[in-house]
Ligand binder design. Sequence first.
Ligand SMILES: [Zn+2]
Length: 478
Amino acid sequence: MTNAELNRMAEDVRDEGLNQGSSMKDLVFDPVTGDFRQVPRGSHRGDGDVVTEMTNKGFAAEHTTLEMVYLGEEDLINVRQKLLTEDKVKAFAEMIDNEVYHVHLTLKKARYSTDRIPVVFTKDERVAMSPVDEDMMCIVVRDEDADAFNLVKDQKRRRLKVDYIPSRENIFSRTKGILEVGALKNKRVLVIGLGSFGSQIAIELAKAGVGNFALMDFDRVELHNLSRHTATVRDLGRLKTNVIEEAILGKNPYASVDKFPVDINKDLELLYEEVGKADLVICATDNNTSRFNLSKALVEKEKVGIFGRAITRAEGGDVFRYRPGGPCYCCLIGEGNLQQEEITNVDSARRDGRIAAYVSPEDADAMVQVGLSSDIEPICNLMVKLSLVELSRGIESGISSLEQELVYDFYMWANRRERHYGNWKPMPEPGNLPTILRWYGVKTAKENNCPICSGHVVLDEGEDLPASSMEDISIDLS
Ligand SMILES: [Zn+2]
C-alpha cells in the first residue's frame, strides 16, 4: 500500500467515524457535583456552565517513510564551505534499526549503532551515478537542500528521504507560541541532586528550551534507581551527571552543561559560586542538610530556588518556592527539623542519621521503601511549571498566565489516602476536607527568628538580638 493510500484511509476513518456531528461530545462542568459530564454536541442549553470542546484529531495515522536520512543543518553548512575548495567531503552514516541513517562528520557523535556505511558529500551529481565496489551513501549538496542516494554494488541507486536536524536557532521552533523561541536559551539552571526528581526536571527544562545547565550530584546509577529514574540498565555504574548531560544533549544538542560530581555539603564554596551564576536553582536532594545549606546560599545570593520531595513511600510530597525576600526553607520547616522524608538510599540515610547506627541491615532495608515513578511525576511536574514561570517572567509567553495561579510558595500533594492522608475524603466526595490527587497551596510566612533569613541570632539565654545593628531589624509578617 502506498503512502497516499494510507493517508487517504486515515482521512476516511476521521471523516466517516469520529468527525460525524452525532458522535461529537462536549464536556459540561456541573457545579453541584464538581464533575464534568459528557453531552452530545449541540444538546447543551448554555446555562452558564463551562463547556470544553473535546479533541477530534486524536488519532491521526501518520505513516513514516522507511530509509530516512537525518542530516544536521549545521553540518551541511560546514560541508558546503568545504566543497568550495574540495571535490568531495567524507563522512559516515550510522545505520539504526536497518532503516534509518544518521549522518555524522565525526565518529564521536555516533551513539546507537556500530553498523556504519561511508558517506561522500559532493556537488557533482555524476558521483551518485557511478558504479561502486562497496555499499555507500552519496549526498549531492545543492544551495538550498541535499539529495541522498544509497549506492550498492551492481544495483540501481536508491534515493533516500532526507530530513534535517535544525540549527541552533531553529531547534525549538515547534514550541513557538507556548514559550517563544529562544526565550530560555540564555537562562542557566543549577540542578542539585539528580535522582528521580532532578533527572526528570533537568530533562523537562531542556525540552522547554533552557540552554544552560549546571548539574551537581556525586552519585552513580545503581540497580535500585532504575524504576524511578530516567537512566537505563545501560547506564548502571555511570555518574548521574554524565547520564543526565547526555539526556539533555539528546533533547537539545546545543545546550551547555557543566558537571560537578561533588557532595554539596562538603564543597560549600562551589555551591555558593554556582548558585551565584544561576538564574534558578532546583533543589532535588534527599536530605535536609543539603536543603539548609542551599537555603543559606539562596538567601545570600538572592536567587530563586524550587525545592521538592516525596515523603515516606511517596504517599505524597511537597514543593516549596523560595523567592528573595520571602520565607526561606528554614522558615518553612524549622531548623534541624528532620521530617519523615522519603528514604531512597540506605547509605545516604545512614550518613545523615535518618537511619540510626544500631538499626540492623535488614530493618534498614525495610525502611527504604520507594514509591512508584508515577507518584513522583506530579511533584516533578509542578516543580517544572514553577520553574518555567520564574524563568519566563517578564517574557510574554503562554506559560506567563500561570503566574496568577501559582501565588503560593508552598504546595502539597497526596498520592494515596493512607497514613498522613488517612482522614482525607475520597476523591468524588464534595465537602470541606481535602482529597488526594489535587494540589493545595499553603500560605507561609517568614519566621521572625529564622537563623537563615531573619538577620537575627538567637542566643543561648533565649535573648533575641539583631545580628548587626538595631536599624537592621525588620519584622516581616507578610
Ligand atoms: Zn527563613
